[in-house]
Design a protein around this ligand. Structure first.
Ligand code: DGI
Ligand code: FE
Ligand code: FE
Length: 187
């Protein structure tokens, strides 16, 4: 089993202090959701700790990591390389931090856009990323925090709706996967 303390230390080194604090927040929020929904607490902690491990790299470096591991990069991702921190991070988790659990790797891969039919662990990390205690900007946070512990799928849907609304107002380009995920969870 992977030593969580070792991963925490590695994240403290590779991330800036704000991102490290966020990472710890996602770790323990994911653990709390795992307790609530009967998922593996250790896997939730591990995925939470590593989900943003590529976040503090430059866009060029994220692209380079993805190219190294033969990850297809869409034109949309090339224009918005920050979206690639999830895919790059997923490969770094596997190759540099020796994570071999598929579900943990997928939870990192899908943590920004989600995907239709997410596993329980994927949903936990997706939601924990949005509601961890250090977050304070998003609309409806208090309501989503309560909802997350009542109905996880409803929380996923609300987060996607709010994220799309935020991107539309801000003029951010929307990844087709974000829309597909919302469609799936709106059914
Ligand atoms: O890495 P974090 O900031 O902790 O969280 P994240 O991985 O969920 O990334 C959050 C950002 O990603 C947020 O500013 C919204 C953005 N995002 C989510 N879906 C899309 C998106 N950005 C674009 N351009 N398109 C999307 O579909
Ligand atoms: Fe992220
Ligand atoms: Fe995050």
């Amino acid at each position: 089993m992977i030593d969580l303390r070792k991963i925490r230390k590695a994240m403290e080194k590779t991330l800036d202090s704000k991102r490290y604090e966020h990472t710890l927040g996602v770790e323990f929020t994911a653990a709390a959701l795992a307790m609530r929904y009967g998922a593996s607490i250790q896997k939730a902690q591990l995925a939470g700790l590593l989900h943003d491990c590529a976040k503090c790299m430059s866009g060029d470096k994220m692209i380079a990591v993805c190219e190294k591991y033969h990850v297809d990069i869409s034109d949309m991702e090339r224009r918005n390389p920050s979206l690639l921190h999830a895919k790059a991070g997923s490969y770094l988790a596997k190759e540099e931090y020796d994570v071999d659990d598929r579900d943990v790797i997928c939870a990192i891969w899908n943590h920004t856009t989600g995907r239709p039919g997410m596993s329980l662990l994927e949903k936990i990390v997706f939601v924990a990323d949005y509601i961890e205690p250090g977050r304070n900007r998003a609309e409806n946070l208090a309501q989503i925090r309560t909802l997350a512990f009542k109905d996880l799928d409803a929380a996923v849907r609300q987060i996607l709706e709010d994220t799309l609304h935020y991107l539309e107002t801000k003029g951010g380009e929307i990844d087709p996967m974000t829309r597909e995920t919302l469609e799936y969870y709106s059914k």
